[in-house]
Design a protein around this ligand. Structure first.
Ligand code: IMO
Ligand code: MG
Length: 422
């Protein structure tokens, strides 16, 4: 059976911490989409690590970790990532599997990302500049290069053809701020390193695991509101971040999907451009940013902050068929005088409880409900039922609005601060 853990907002919900927390229950953790645009933070023996491409189960000695076919891999970044973790998991090679069908991010994909964003000027997506969009564009355009290709005799020819195409476009953009020969040295060196890993036919591997009754956790990257189909298009990433993406991103049939866990923050953040109806571009927003350390794990950029958006959350619960919710970072709201949640959008003066398809062009004003804040110190050691009533009201309101159970509430970065609500 394949369970799924994914983000329900605009990314950065805390997927790394929770995937790591859930890992002991699973034999395999698998990434099914995205690439080094992701930044999944987790603690291992008191040290903080940020994973970009490697699944969050890597620190558990008995868990296998698969980078699935739906992922895009930058070998240079993957090598750097491995160098950061290798002292903690010297045996990582035995437990890291890479799909032959995962597409490669070439140096020119990264340059194309930068050139395209520069050409968009004010209208830029705010991409992480990791080459994600151009790589998926080539994949869909049937001209991508896959990890399995690096072992083939015609790899260099394929590579040169792709680079020539890319350089033509980069030239068309008039973009000159790059040093390809330097990037290529690193790239080819990293390819040799990549070749020393277990590059497999991963759809067969996953099917063998399923037929042996093993448990698999599919770990999403980015968030549902960044999905290429249903997110705030065009301010999205270039992959299917929703539960549906697991089938194509790993090669499994829908009947093998078990539980879908949805993870969200008690407030909301977004990094990069695009609509964010509950954004707080004021002192309260700055307060949340500083207290919640809302700076990008991958790029260090300031994250935009705002109140929880229940209209968008209900939409993403619906799209993913969420079974159980996990609420993160509730402690960041501790001690606030009052707290708001959006329960409807006012679009051109008309109230709606739906996310409009033209979210980018519509003038959206959130309809807020206010809650009295709870104290500085939330004691949860005796269980949810006896916690501060004001906090319980906030949680129960969200649960009720979404029609989905919140099973786990995270009240701080440490493991002991994770409350299973039941
Ligand atoms: P994790 O997995 C938050 C955002 C970028 C940009 C848009 C497109 O850590 O939650 P891309 O580089 O994918 O072409 O950028 O998507 N974005 C993320 N925001 N968390 C992420 O990943 C993100 N990955 C991409 O900021 O707005
Ligand atoms: Mg992140």
């Amino acid at each position: 059976m394949v369970d799924i853990i994914l983000g329900l907002q605009w990314g950065d919900e805390g997927k790394g911490k929770i995937a790591d927390y859930l890992t002991p229950k699973y034999n395999v953790v698998a990434r099914f989409q995205g690439g080094p645009n992701a930044g999944h933070s987790l603690d291992f023996e008191g040290k903080k690590f940020v994973l970009n491409t490697i699944p969050s189960g890597i620190f558990h000695k008995t868990t296998l970790n698969l980078i699935g076919n739906g992922v895009v891999i930058d070998p240079v970044r993957l090598r750097e990532e491995i160098q950061r973790i290798v002292s903690e998991c010297p045996d990582y090679k035995d437990r890291l599997l890479i799909s032959q069908k995962a597409h490669l991010i070439l140096p020119t994909h990264r340059i194309l990302d930068a050139a395209s964003e520069a050409a968009k000027g004010e209208g830029k997506i705010g991409s992480t500049l990791r080459g994600i969009g151009p790589t998926y564009k080539d994949k869909i355009g049937r001209s991508g290069i896959r990890v399995g290709d690096i072992l083939g005799p015609d790899f260099l020819e394929k590579y040169r053809n792709a680079v020539n195409d890319h350089l033509g476009i980069i030239d068309f953009y008039g973009f000159t701020d790059f040093d390809l020969s330097k990037d290529e040295l690193l790239f080819f060196d990293a390819l040799e390193f990549l070749k020393t890993h277990q590059i497999i036919n991963s759809e067969y591997f996953i099917h063998d695991c399923i037929s042996q009754g093993k448990k698999i956790l599919a770990e999403g990257a980015q968030g549902s509101m960044l999905d290429i189909e249903f997110g705030t298009y065009p301010y999205v990433t270039s992959s299917n971040t929703l539960a549906g993406g697991v089938c194509t991103g790993l090669g499994i049939a829908p009947k093998h999907v078990g539980k879908v866990f949805g993870i969200f923050k008690a407030y909301c953040t977004r990094v990069g451009s695009g609509p964010f109806p509950t954004e707080l571009d004021n002192e309260t927003g700055e307060y949340l940013r500083v207290k919640g350390h809302e700076y990008g794990a991958t790029t260090g950029r300031k994250r935009r902050t705002g109140w929880i958006d229940l209209v968008a959350l209900k939409y993403t619960c619906m799209l993913n068929g969420i079974d159980e919710l996990i609420m993160m970072k509730s402690d960041i709201l501790n001690g606030m005088e009052k707290i708001a949640a959006a329960i409807a959008y006012k679009i051109n003066g008309v109230l709606s409880d739906q996310v409009p398809s033209n979210m980018c062009s519509a003038e959206i004003e959130p309809e807020l409900v206010w809650f009295p804040g709870w104290g500085e110190d939330l004691n949860h050691t005796q269980g949810f039922e006896v916690m501060d009533e004001r906090f319980r009201n906030y949680v129960l309101f969200i649960e009720n609005y979404l029609g989905t159970k919140i099973r786990v509430i995270s009240l701080g970065p440490e493991r002991e601060s994770t409350l299973v609500k039941g």
